[in-house]
Write a protein that binds this ligand. Structure first.
Ligand SMILES: Nc1nc2c(c(=O)[nH]1)N[C@H]1C(S)=C(S)[C@@H](COP(=O)(O)O)O[C@H]1N2
Ligand SMILES: [Mo]
Length: 224
């Protein structure tokens, strides 16, 4: 990752801690008003890593562990994931800081399919996602996780997900800002209590809907 991006990210995190919601509102408005388009970056991905490293995981070594409040805890290989029914779609990718990339093609398994495979127990209310980077975490409600455009992605931009973009496998939460799309996905745990993820502990909303909705039609875990 470029040094400039990492410094910017660190500064943003500190700002988020300092003034919390106000920064978030500003950033959300900036992203939603099209200001992203005039920022001096262009329509391309910025590669983020909160650890400033890119975990290196080979195809054969990759595993996705799914555990917690499930009937059948399972560990999936990349072959296992590729053998499941796949979905493909295009969507504009949006970071909450304002940059966006139009018409990104994604391909992978619907998270709902994986959840059906392991069988979520009735008391399971939230999911916690973990990364091979050992630091990033994310969370979704069980209902959010069943949206059809929430996927475990192994292709992006028409090719296998690259190491920088979180390959071999990353989460892609299409209805929400980019920080929900955790890279180098290592584990999914079904839990009873909401555990805010890394970005959320630094001031970003748990519910990161791109359309700015607050939950009338969407389940709200109780935090904003
Ligand atoms: N493991 C991990 N996942 C992550 C991040 C990160 O720093 N580490 N950054 C998030 C943020 S804020 C965004 S906008 C996207 C950026 O995706 P990209 O690095 O593929 O451009 O990844 C998200 N997933
Ligand atoms: Mo982001």
């Amino acid at each position: 990752m470029g040094r400039r991006v990492f410094i910017g990210l660190t500064a943003l995190g500190a700002l988020g801690v300092a003034v919390g919601g106000q920064v978030q509102n500003f950033l959300s408005n900036a992203a939603g008003s099209g200001l992203g388009g005039v920022l001096p970056f262009g329509d391309r991905f910025r590669i983020y890593s909160i650890t400033n490293t890119y975990p290196k995981i080979s195809r054969s070594a990759y595993r996705l562990e799914v555990s917690g409040l499930v009937e059948r805890p399972m560990t999936f290989t990349l072959d296992d994931l590729e053998a499941m029914p796949a979905t493909t779609f295009k969507k504009t990718f949006q970071c909450v800081t304002g940059w966006k990339v139009p018409d990104v093609e994604w391909h992978g398994v619907q998270l709902s399919h994986i959840l059906e495979t392991v069988g979520v127990k009735p008391e399971g209310a939230f999911l916690t996602f973990e990364s091979y980077d050992g630091s990033d975490t994310e969370t979704l409600t069980i209902d959010q996780a069943h949206l059809p455009d929430v996927i475990v992605a192994y292709q992006m931009l028409g090719a296998p997900v690259t190491r920088e973009h979180g390959g071999p496998v990353r989460l892609y939460v299409a209805p929400m800002f980019g920080y929900k799309s955790l890279k180098w996905l290592s584990a999914i745990r079904v839990v009873t209590e909401l555990a805010p993820g890394f970005w959320e502990q630094n001031g970003y909303p748990v519910n990161a809907w791109l359309d700015g909705s607050t939950g009338a039609n969407n389940p709200d875990p109780g935090l904003t």
